[in-house]
Design a protein around this ligand. Structure first.
Ligand SMILES: Cc1ncc(COP(=O)(O)O)c(C=O)c1O
Length: 402
């Protein structure tokens, strides 16, 4: 009995949420996938605009064929960790491909992006003489990595190099190692970090910079190497973390670095050592997607064209947007109730976006978060823009009646 009492309050909030949304916003069942941007839900085909499938590569012919071949040649699973069961040729090859693409000397592949951050942070930093500084809006896996490390963790204000500078200045001489963690593009609002300034501040204080480009890999920079490429500091970042679950259209994650000591994580990082290594199909799909990203800029160009069209349309409709144009377009709403209702309204109009509400959002904001894909066709975008136009009209009507 005692174990379950704590769920009562959460269950009540969740039930109320489902009621005000009209359906479960966190349990939508994609009954049949129709491609990277379409799925059957409740018997109706809807446009998917909350997938993080930025480059639309989940159905890429090369990636699909590579995954099929990998299953036939290497099996459906690795049935254990690399530490215990050994490394497949595909793991090592992908590490080399990622290192080459990013221009780093070393790379380690993890089973998810979550584990890449968890594993890197918890192994690099140790109490009592190391400290972590994190951007307040960092993803849960960065927070969890801090917690697993057991080291003191200090938050600095979101995207604020001055705040980081102040906190680093206050550290005493007993602190030996300092790790500063932040992201390229933040997933909820789609806002972009001042990566160059943050790296410079970290290095000024003798700290190491860990940058998570989960949402910006493949999206930012002339060759898709992330915000740090765009800002000209790719080679200054100490630890570059990423995921295969967005632009790389697979499952897995990685940490790349020029520090040879990264290799020590293979026998000191628990989220690397004590979990099964990525499956051959996941590795092969990520490898094929990476090769495509490295050789073809057209997907990124299409992504940005699509993002510009949607952002301009939403601006014209008068929505309160969380960030300048980018592949994540988040619309602020008055509160949870309004956001839930608006989310369901879009579902009825045939568009799936992400509902994001407190406590999972920065500044307790309630938002409808949309992620644009290079795979969105002109027709998909028409459906999205028409749905938001109807939503805008409905909200205006409601305000007028209130
Ligand atoms: C910023 C950030 N880092 C890491 C991750 C974890 O990635 P994965 O889905 O590969 O576990 C996510 C997932 O959404 C993320 O948003």
């Amino acid at each position: 009995m005692g174990l379950f009492e704590k769920f009562q309050a959460t269950a009540e909030v969740y039930d109320a949420l489902k009621e005000s949304a009209g359906r479960d916003p966190f349990g939508v069942s994609m009954d049949e996938m129709k491609g990277p941007t379409r799925a059957m839900v409740e018997g109706k085909e809807i446009v998917l605009a909350g997938t993080n499938n930025y480059l639309g590569l989940t159905y890429d012919e090369g990636a699909v064929e590579a995954a099929k071949t990998a299953i036939v040649e290497s099996g459906t699973g690795t049935t254990g960790s690399r530490f215990a069961n050994g490394t497949y040729a595909g793991h090592r090859a992908l590490e080399n491909e990622l290192a080459d693409f990013l221009g780093y000397k070393h790379c380690m592949v993890f089973s998810t992006g979550y584990q890449a951050n968890l594993g890197a942070i918890s192994a690099l930093v140790q109490p009592p003489n190391d400290v972590i500084l994190i951007d307040a809006d960092c993803h849960a896996c960065i927070y969890d990595g801090c917690q697993l490390s057991g080291a003191e963790t200090i938050r600095f204000r979101h995207n604020d190099p001055e705040s980081l500078d102040k906190r680093l200045s206050r550290l005493g001489p007993e602190i030996k190692g300092k790790l500063v963690c932040f992201e390229g593009m933040y997933s909820m609002f789609g806002d972009v970090a001042p990566v160059k300034e943050l790296v410079e501040v970290a290095h000024k204080h003798g700290a190491y910079a860990l940058l998570d480009e989960a949402h910006s890999f493949g999206v930012f920079g002339d060759s898709g190497r992330g915000v740090c490429e765009r800002d000209g500091v790719l080679d200054a970042v100490d630890f570059y973390t990423g995921t295969f679950s967005k632009s790389l259209a697979s499952i897995g994650g990685f940490v790349a670095s020029n520090h040879p000591e990264l290799e020590y994580l293979r026998f000191s990082s628990r989220p690397y050592m004590f979990t099964a290594s990525p499956s051959p199909a996941n590795i092969a799909a990520a490898s094929a997607a990476l090769a495509k990203i490295a050789s073809d800029n057209s997907m990124r160009e299409r992504l940005w064209e699509n993002a510009k069209r949607v952002h301009a349309a939403f601006t014209q409709l008068g929505f309160d947007l969380c960030a300048p144009v980018g592949p994540v377009i988040a619309v602020k709403l008055a509160d949870r109730q309004e956001a839930c209702k608006a989310w369901n309204f879009l579902m009825e109009e045939g568009v799936y976006v992400n509902l994001a509400i407190p406590p999972g959002t920065p500044n307790a904001t309630s938002i409808l978060r949309l992620s644009v894909s290079a795979a969105h066709t002109g027709e998909d975008l028409d459906v999205i823009i028409n749905a938001y136009t109807s939503l805008s009209e409905a909200l205006t009507k409601e305000t007028a009646q209130a």
